[in-house]
Design a protein. Structure first.
Length: 30
C-alpha cells in the first residue's frame, strides 16, 4: 500500500493521524 520513503511515510502518518494516542506501527522495510 505504502510506496513512500521511510521519512515520507512517517510524515504521512503524522499528517493523517496527528493525535494518535499510541506509538506508530513499524515502517515498511521495502
Amino acid at each position: 500500500m505504502w510506496t513512500l520513503n521511510a521519512a515520507d511515510y512517517d510524515d504521512q502518518i503524522a499528517a493523517d493521524w496527528p493525535q494518535l494516542p499510541i506509538p506508530l506501527p513499524p515502517m515498511p522495510q521495502h
